[in-house]
Design a protein around this ligand. Structure first.
Ligand code: SF4
Length: 113
């Protein structure tokens, strides 16, 4: 069974309560009875981007929109956190929804022989 509002974002019942969604969209997603649920619908593009990030990070793809499938073009990952660290998103159920980070290897210096 799916908890689905008439329009907008919702969380389906596959949610395993890993907390990732609430880390990425704390204003919009809350925990109720051991799983995430939408606190309120987004009001602007920044909030839409937060929910989209939560959706693409969710290991069970439980954050959904009534309009249908997520548009891959809206995938924000890997998401740059600072000069050296990216958040990978696309969390795995095999790791209980743990976040993964990407730290690109430093560029090697060029040596002239
Ligand atoms: S990321 Fe997905 S599985 Fe994890 S708490 Fe949010 S909705 Fe539930």
């Amino acid at each position: 069974m799916v908890e689905k509002s008439s329009a907008g974002w919702y969380v389906d019942d596959r949610c395993v309560n890993c907390d990732v969604a609430r880390q990425l969209a704390p204003e919009l997603i809350k925990e109720v009875d051991g799983r995430s649920t939408i606190r309120r619908q987004p009001r602007n593009n920044t909030e839409i981007a937060s929910l989209r990030a939560a959706a693409f990070a969710c290991p069970t793809r439980s954050i959904r929109h009534s309009s249908g499938r997520l548009d891959p073009a809206g995938d924000p990952f890997p998401m740059r956190l600072d000069d050296q660290v990216y958040l990978c998103g696309h969390n795995s159920v095999q790791t209980a929804g743990a976040n993964a980070y990407l730290l690109p290897a430093p560029k090697r210096g060029h040596h002239d022989d």
